[in-house]
Design a protein around this ligand. Structure first.
Ligand code: GLU
Length: 281
């Protein structure tokens, strides 16, 4: 039986792109008699706005989507992230780094999916770990894990190449976790068998596959769906005027009709579905 998920971050209100993502994950589960889970990725410090979570629930209900079980909250799972972080440290695969973004940008010679690739400045340095971020030594980690593959339902089998990100931050300086570690641990904890999310995170799956190998977690299949983009090809974003679901709900629009239009790929003028944006295979 498949288990899918929708994992929004309460950093801003949901918009049509989130609705599409939630519908894909929901409908895949429902069509295959599976389970659809909701996870609130609320560990972005001051960017996380708890008051938005209740809005998310109302938005999803308005779209006619129901989820199974209680929603998971990342903020309640910090201890499990910290424990996994300690295991990776004990394997000798993490190192502390206090470099600033500006220092990294000045020293980097290559760009990866998330911007300048960290040039490894602190890899062999003696860095004070207090208030440091912890990076994964990706070369050492890949040597330990050996060759890895993963499967995207649409794009087919993939060879894991987490090296394209360089030594990613796994534990942020303000938290015992970061996106990659938390999402990977949560997908395992929630029994997700089909990781459903947008193509913008396609390449992040290389890192997640490596973490699964290192932490001996079950390996799901992935389903990276297309992203709703504006006519300039950029992802929908509230800050560029895409109305939030909450605004449309309060204005009395019919959420179920909106959901059905998205299912039929009938998008508002100027909006289309891109299969390649930021990280196609
Ligand atoms: N929280 C992420 C977002 O809102 C999604 C992460 C994921 O699906 O793995 O974009």
């Amino acid at each position: 039986m498949i288990v899918t998920r929708f994992a929004p971050s309460p950093n801003g209100p949901l918009h049509l792109g989130h609705a599409y993502a939630a519908i894909v994950a929901h409908d895949l589960a429902r069509k295959r008699g599976g389970t659809f889970r909701l996870r609130i990725e609320d560990i972005d410090g001051p960017r996380s706005r708890p008051e938005l979570v209740e809005e998310f629930f109302l938005d999803l209900e308005w779209l006619g989507l129901t989820w199974d079980g209680e929603p998971a909250f990342q903020s309640r799972r910090l201890a499990s992230y910290a424990e996994a972080g300690e295991r990776l440290k004990a394997m000798g695969l993490l190192y502390p780094c206090r470099c600033t973004r500006a220092e990294i940008a000045a020293a980097a010679t290559d760009a990866g999916p998330d911007g300048p690739i960290y040039p490894g400045t602190c890899r062999h340095r003696d860095v004070e770990p207090l208030e440091a971020a912890w990076r994964l030594d990706v070369t050492a980690a890949m040597e330990r894990a050996g060759p890895l593959e993963w499967l995207d339902e649409s794009a087919g089998p993939q060879v894991a190449t987490p090296q394209i990100f360089g030594d990613v931050v796994l534990l942020r300086k303000d938290l015992p976790a970061g996106y990659h570690l938390a999402a990977t641990l949560d997908d395992a904890a929630d029994g997700i068998t089909l990781v459903t999310r947008g193509m913008d995170l396609f390449r992040a799956s290389h890192v997640h596959r490596l973490l699964q190998a290192l932490l001996e977690l079950p390996v799901p299949t992935w389903h990276h769906h297309g992203l709703l983009v504006e006519s300039d090809g950029r992802k929908l974003a509230k800050r560029r005027g895409s109305p939030s679901l909450g605004d449309r709900r309060r204005a009395g629009e019919d959420g179920r009709a909106i959901a059905d239009a998205l299912r039929a790929h009938r998008f508002p003028a100027g909006i289309s579905l891109s299969q390649v944006l930021d990280g196609g295979p």
